[in-house]
Design a binder for this molecule. Sequence first.
Ligand code: C2E
Ligand code: CA
Ligand code: CA
Ligand code: CA
Length: 276
Amino acid sequence: AKDAGGGVYAAYHPNMHDALMQRLSLADDLRLALERDELVLHYQPTVDLSDNTIVGFEALVRWNHPTRGLVPPLEFIGVAESTGLIVPLGRWVLAEACHQAVAWGRPLKMAVNVSVRQFEAGDLAATVAEVLTETGMPADQLCLEMTESVLLTDTDENLARIVSLKALGVMLAMDDFGTGYSSLAYLRRFPMDVLKIDRSFVDRLGSGDAEDETLVHTIVRLGQRFGMRTVAEGIENASQVAILREMSCDHGQGYFLSRPVPAAEAGRLLETGLPT
Ligand code: C2E
Ligand code: CA
Ligand code: CA
Ligand code: CA
């Protein structure tokens, strides 16, 4: 049997019923959370590695749960996907992130994560168009991040969806690059603007292993050759910054540069710049 939320169990287990009930109640809670405005976005700066300036943010959703506190996305995005709630949730995230970007009143790139379900259910391009109009967000300042799983079902239909998103003038990023099965083929097939190098590769930089460095360097070159902006995620120390800068990787994100922070703090970082 397969659990639609992504977890897989092989056989019946006495706890299966409990687990199912938990998922159902989580789904109910999440539905209410959307109505009650309990979701919040945190913003992680994207930094130009050549001069350490903030060029934009990635919006990351959290659930400000009345009793459990701030719940991370990995604990509820799966349920949102399997119940279809990801569609209204995703729309809320898009609108909130664009609204915030416009409120900051300066040009910056706002990156928003889009999940497969959101991409395949309904008309994402129409939703994005609506949100751009509603918020006054310039299309070229919005970047939609998709993992390979979005592109995995390599159908003409999905290509058409990508093309209609591109036609709006928004940017598209391939998230977690290198972790999937056939990333290379997708580079040719889909007109993506940004390549985000997965944290698992960046993690290994700075350990002195030449092969790890070669791997990241090759990914950066690959992105460049395809005319894509390269962004390294999960930068946790200064030596990784130095190595990536040396490789001419364009942008970086990671705890070393800044953790994801609430909107007010992100606004302050925009004013002051990152501490050096
Ligand atoms: P992601 O898109 O790969 O986002 C990056 C994740 O890595 C974030 O976790 C971020 O806080 C974390 N991170 C950033 N820098 C570092 C670092 O230096 N070290 C380490 N260890 N981690 C770092 P977060 O916020 O918990 O989000 C996890 C995942 O949840 C995201 O992975 C994304 O797939 C999903 N997600 C978050 N917000 C949304 C959303 O609004 N919609 C959808 N569909 N998915 C979302
Ligand atoms: Ca992302
Ligand atoms: Ca990522
Ligand atoms: Ca990830």
